[in-house]
Design a protein around this ligand. Structure first.
Ligand code: NOJ
Length: 576
């Protein structure tokens, strides 16, 4: 087995390329496992579950922010980049978690949030206390307002979570103390002021943060809003209608500007101070063009999330076309591709695929409206298709990013009581859009017991149906989603080889069939009806199936396969 950049490297050795085809498991710390019983997951909770993670067969964990935060945006509002939220543990707990992970041969990736701090960050407090035009304000995006007395925001830009992207401050410094004064930019919540990345201290401080965590042993970084750092704030600021007609060619003043790449080249220099160099992955919601790949160049972060499969319908033609395109482009940039179906920002894929075929994105979004129509969904079908999609994806060359709970087949909790919602979207849309809490509900570990084994009373209520999906219920049960993930992640270590594949089916086929260079094959029937097995596919080669009854039979002879067909919405892995 060889890799492009390191001809003799073993895929899962601690070499510089460990990340290229890793299975990375995203932990949303507050919702994973609560060790101290306060209702919020914590770092000791992660350490205590290291055996579970190891048995799952993942190569790395990625932790969403666990830094001190008032949690205005679930921790993506960071008060102090180089510390641990006391509710989640301490730096010692962090070190213990990293040691436990490394002892289990699991790498650790942490989230860096460089576009904005929180409004409780020391620098922002200094900026509020200082006067307009002061060096303290220069680290953020403070502007005078428009209108006769500066009473209008500097532009009409909306915040990503709803409402305006500007908040006006009450000045603290004389001579205007106590009066309404300047405005600051926050592309997200009010509590998330955007940094000014033209400021050398901002650049230097993030290098310090990278070194701080790298020195503590982390193996990589996930970079939040990577495409947002370099802004063109020259006056006059462009209006929203002007922004809307901009094509993605680098001319948008807020996102994906060419100048951002110099920042990440600087980061790569820091990451390469370590042996092996630290890995990094950009969260850059940039349309799929060569522009997105720039973030993933070896001279920058190395990988960029690709959300194309996540946004696709469960459709063989679409899936194959996306996979092919991403593989070709990633290879051209020197990166390996990434794949993801679920994360803490989107509706869980077992629920997305439960919608009728003709559903649009608008249908899914309306489900999350406060007064949205509850759609007619088919949960069993959603899970069947989610399992098939996951096996299709785990066979592809590149890194698979998995989100906690998908290995249990968890669904979106779209009917959380309104008074429990915490996503800033809920508040900033005037209680119109519920937001992302439905995929962040704390995990069920046991079918009964206090809070399904999560710990204290969870910060978001768990629905009664969660107990049936608990990890302990599925443990050792053939055909369960947990056992399917375990089996696939174990076999994936044999399956992963050179980063290429050969398509064995036609582009327009709903039965998608590919072969890896070492002879492993993956076959998915995306259709809602069984399909005839392609010629030459022998049942004896079926190593794993996404269909429950097939796995339960162990010999892969159930669910129609013995009759020479592959069941509807099912993936098979065929050993060489
Ligand atoms: C992307 C993160 O994934 C999301 O959860 C967060 O709200 C925004 N960035 C802002 O940090």
């Amino acid at each position: 087995m060889t890799f492009p950049n390191s001809p003799d490297a073993a895929p899962f050795s601690p070499d510089a390329n460990w990340w290229r085809q890793a299975a990375v498991y995203q932990i949303y710390p507050r919702s994973f496992s609560d060790h101290n019983g306060d209702g919020m997951g914590d770092l000791p909770g992660v350490t205590a579950r290291m055996g579970y993670l190891s048995a799952l067969g993942i190569d790395a964990i990625w932790l969403s922010p666990f830094y001190p935060s008032a949690l205005a945006d679930g921790g993506y509002d960071v008060d102090d980049y180089r510390n641990v939220d006391p509710r989640l543990g301490s730096l010692d707990d962090f070190d213990a978690m990293v040691s436990a992970a490394h002892a289990a041969n699991i790498k650790v990736i942490v989230d860096v949030v460089p576009n904005h701090s929180s409004n409780h960050h020391g620098w922002f407090k200094d900026a509020l206390a200082a006067a307009p035009g002061s060096p303290e304000r220069a680290r953020y995006q403070f502007f005078d307002g428009l209108g006769e007395n500066g009473e209008l925001p500097p532009s009409d830009w909306p915040s990503h979570f709803g409402g305006p992207a500007w908040t006006r401050v009450v000045e603290a410094a004389s001579p205007n103390a106590g009066q309404l004064g300047q405005w600051y930019l926050h592309l997200f919540a009010t509590e998330q002021p955007d940094f000014n990345w033209d400021h050398p201290e901002v650049r230097e401080d993030f290098h310090t943060t990278l070194r701080f965590w790298a020195d503590r042993g982390v193996d990589g970084f996930r970079v939040d809003v990577a495409h947002g750092l370099a802004k063109d704030m020259s006056l006059p600021l462009r209006s929203k209608p002007e922004l809307e007609i901009l094509v993605s060619d680098g001319s948008d003043p807020l996102f994906d500007r060419d100048a951002v790449h110099e920042i990440f080249e600087g980061w790569r220099t820091v990451l390469n101070e370590y042996t092996p160099p630290k890995a990094a992955v950009a969260e850059a919601w940039v349309p799929f063009t060569e522009r997105r790949l720039k973030y993933a160049r070896p001279s920058e972060l190395g990988q960029a999330f690709n959300f194309d499969l996540l946004q696709a319908h469960f459709d063989g033609v679409e899936f194959r076309a996306i996979a092919q395109k991403c593989l070709v482009e990633a290879a051209a940039s020197g990166a390996s591709s990434t794949w993801v179906f679920s994360n803490h920002d989107v509706i869980r894929h077992a629920s997305r695929y439960a919608f009728p075929d003709e559903s649009t994105l608008a249908d899914l979004e309306s489900w999350l409206m406060a007064d949205g129509v509850t759609p007619v969904t088919d949960q069993a079908r959603g899970l069947r298709r989610a399992r098939a999609a996951t096996l299709f994806m785990l066979g592809l060359p590149g890194s698979a990013y998995l989100y906690q709970g998908e290995e249990l087949g968890l669904f979106e909790v779209a009917d959380l009581p309104h008074d429990s919602l915490q996503d800033p979207t809920w508040f900033r849309t005037g209680h119109q859009v519920k937001g992302r809490d439905g995929c962040r509900v704390p995990l069920p570990w046991t079918p009964t017991g206090e809070n399904f084994g999560f710990g204290g009373t969870p910060w978001l209520p768990q629905p009664a149906g969660f107990g049936a999906l608990a990890a302990s219920v599925q443990d050792g049960v053939p055909g369960s989603t947990l056992e399917m993930y375990r089996a696939a992640l174990k076999l994936r270590r044999e399956l992963q080889c050179e980063e290429s594949l050969e398509w064995l089916s036609a582009p327009e086929s709903e039965v998608v069939h590919y072969r890896r260079p070492n002879g492993w094959e993956v076959l998915t029937n995306f259709a809602a009806v069984p399909a005839v097995l392609p010629p030459g596919v022998e049942l004896a080669r079926v190593a794993i199936s996404s269909g429950e009854s097939v796995v339960a039979d162990e010999g892969a002879t159930g669910a129609g396969i013995s009759a020479g067909t592959i069941p509807a919405e099912t993936t098979l892995w065929l050993a060489p």
